[in-house]
Design a protein around this ligand. Sequence first.
Ligand SMILES: NC(=O)c1ccc[n+]([C@@H]2O[C@H](COP(=O)([O-])OP(=O)(O)OC[C@H]3O[C@@H](n4cnc5c(N)ncnc54)[C@H](OP(=O)(O)O)[C@@H]3O)[C@@H](O)[C@H]2O)c1
Length: 242
Amino acid sequence: MKWALICGASGDIGQQIAVDLAAEGWSLYLHYHRATAKIMTLVEKLTQAHPKQDFIMFKQDMTDQGSAEQIASQIFTSLDAVIFAQGTTEYGLFRDLSPTKFDQMLAMQLQTPLRLIALLEDKLVQSEAGRIVFIGSVYGGNGSALEVGYSTLKGALSAFCSAYSKEVASTGLTVNVIAPGAVKTQMNMTFSAEEKAEVAETIPKGRFAVPKEISYFVKSLLPKEAGYLTGQTLYVTGGWLR
Ligand SMILES: NC(=O)c1ccc[n+]([C@@H]2O[C@H](COP(=O)([O-])OP(=O)(O)OC[C@H]3O[C@@H](n4cnc5c(N)ncnc54)[C@H](OP(=O)(O)O)[C@@H]3O)[C@@H](O)[C@H]2O)c1
């Protein structure tokens, strides 16, 4: 049985990744933060569709101290893949970003995932094809005004991936970032229809991605045959900003 941990499985991208991996026979640890109803519905749906696989949900605020240890303690089986699909942003001038908000983003997007990787490395290298995939952002490679903190942290994920992938390459564990452009998810719900249309006009493909178009590339990194690709940030942006 192949096992993956999806952090942020209650998000729109994370949920799609869960659905797509379950369809390929994976059993899943499904992390969420607040969206209990959404994750329960997901578990019910997956269990009905794939009764021979296991779907285990657990709640964790990844800004909490010790949250990496809490998450690691939930994993009681072998583990083949970890996918980080959690994340939020803060809009506004960097000078106005409060230290508390920045610390929270830092903890949730970077510190907790990296500590968790250190804790799970032994399990992942025992897999025939261990995989770590981060959902980064095009802003990690091409920074955005008004999302400076977010851009910085997404860029740091790509830097971590480049360095750490080399350290573990000989074990067979691969580490990559899928970096979307604009995706139609609840993360962008704060924008008006007009604002979203304006952004879409600047995307060569002429529209936002849907979560399945991001999940497709996550899924493609997991098979044994994908083992030669590591340390990379793949920009899935419809041609936008790269
Ligand atoms: N949408 C885009 O245009 C876009 C573009 C580029 C990159 N991304 C990246 O894609 C990833 C997924 O985003 P999405 O669009 O799917 O957004 P989303 O639907 O808003 O999902 C956000 C996820 O983050 C989790 N989360 C929020 N606060 C948390 C905390 N304190 N601790 C742990 N988990 C927390 C949420 O959990 P609950 O819902 O359970 O609270 C949810 O699972 C993020 O890393 C985002 O930066 C998105």
